[in-house]
Design a protein around this ligand. Structure first.
Ligand SMILES: [Zn+2]
Ligand SMILES: [Zn+2]
Length: 384
């Protein structure tokens, strides 16, 4: 089968690989019909995630058709069209039972910090991902969710990560009616977080990024104010100024470890690797939220130390929340929002690329060429 293959930093290609096989009675094999490149795949692509092994297949956002099931799979059957949450979760451990499907204790026993994620390095379990014609899906009674017959596959594929993650970012921000919410990062997740902030009762939503085309997209998609930090002397000062010098009520970091905008952070985090990436957006978030406010982190940081202004966090009485998204917990509500027209996932898709051209897809998304917001990869078998 054709599959994406990681060869080292900034080098990916499409190659023929062996078909995945059922390895456990709860496995299923899915024929992939749509798969996306995610902003967090760029951390892998750039070589910034520990233990990303040459020869692995990325891809944690995919939908497809079940073509084979293990002996113990009862919740889905061959022929079902399913969307597969990016988290791999057992459904039975202490954390899964609380709905914390992103923090499963069983699917990635090598790590105490992170549950397993499809196609996201051996740090996240070493499972191959869905940027391929076929994928093995463990715990098939738990994750795969049948796509309603009236739902477009383009909408469904964005329910595997982007929409739930943007939604959970807003949920974790603890938004109260009338709050001013600032979102750093106008990638797909930030755009969805800004859109969802309104659903939680925000009174004002502001998004900040350095790419004008993304800011313009966010303005239209998320009905929010949008500002370019390259046009400001200091984003923290800017936010204070437009909030009567109080600071924002809630700030969402939808950027993570490869933030631009601060030379010291770029040098220590991205060039010298003295910390787990450049935490510029997180600094801005902690410093621009009001006293007693909430910072919600969905941007990906490496699992090791970062230089963050923890003193400001303590002195200001902040609540800082972050997590991998619990996709399965949120799906029932989000499927309803899509069916009722409250959320329009597929409007985020700007590019559709054959899986064969996966290298071009990564290059374009990474360099933010051609006004790219979200890229869908189409496996050769997707149109059958
Ligand atoms: Zn993703
Ligand atoms: Zn579990």
């Amino acid at each position: 089968m054709l599959a994406m293959d990681y060869r080292g930093p900034k080098r990916v290609r499409a190659v023929q690989k062996p078909m995945p096989e059922i390895k456990h009675p709860q496995d299923a094999i899915v024929r992939v019909l749509r798969t996306c490149i995610c902003g967090s795949d760029l951390h892998l692509y750039n070589g910034n995630v520990p233990d990303t092994r040459v020869g692995s297949t990325f891809g944690h956002e995919f939908v497809g058709e079940i073509v084979e099931i293990g002996a113990d799979v009862t919740k889905v059957k061959v022929g079902d069209r399913v969307l597969v949450p990016f988290n791999i979760a057992c459904g039975e451990c202490h954390f899964c039972r609380q709905g914390m499907f992103g923090n499963c204790h069983e699917s990635n026993t090598e790590s105490t910090a992170v549950g397993a994620i499809f196609g996201y390095s051996h740090t996240a379990g070493g499972y191959n991902g869905g940027q391929a014609e076929y994928a093995r899906v463990p715990y098939a009674n738990v994750g795969p969710t049948i796509i309603p017959p009236d739902m477009d596959l383009d909408d469904a594929v964005l329910l595997t990560d982007v929409i739930p993650t943007g939604y959970q970012a807003a949920e974790m921000a603890g938004i109260q009616t009338g709050d001013t919410v600032v979102v750093f990062g106008a990638g797909p997740i930030g755009i969805v977080a800004a859109r969802c902030a309104w659903l939680f009762g925000a009174g004002r939503v502001i998004i900040i990024d350095q790419e004008d085309y993304r800011l313009e997209f966010a303005c239209n998609y998320s009905y929010c104010e949008a500002y370019n930090f390259k046009e400001m002397n200091d984003p923290v000062l800017f936010i204070k100024k437009i909030t009567d010098w109080m600071g924002a009520d809630c700030v969402i970091d939808a950027v993570g470890a490869e933030a631009a905008g601060n030379t010291m952070q770029t040098v220590t985090g991205r060039k010298l690797l003295l910390q787990a990436g450049s935490a510029t957006a997180l600094h801005w978030a902690i410093n621009s939220v009001k006293k007693g406010g909430v910072v919600s982190i969905v941007g990906v940081y490496g699992p090791t130390d970062n230089l963050v202004p923890i003193g400001n966090m303590m002195n200001k009485g902040l609540t800082i929340r972050g997590n991998q998204t619990s996709v399965k917990r949120l799906l029932p509500r989000l499927i309803e929002h899509v069916q009722n027209g409250v959320l329009n996932p597929k409007a985020l898709i700007t590019h559709r690329i054959p899986l064969e051209d996966v290298a071009d897809g990564y290059r374009m998304f990474s360099a933010k060429l051609d006004n790219c917001i979200k890229t869908v990869l189409m496996p050769p078998t997707a149109n059958q």
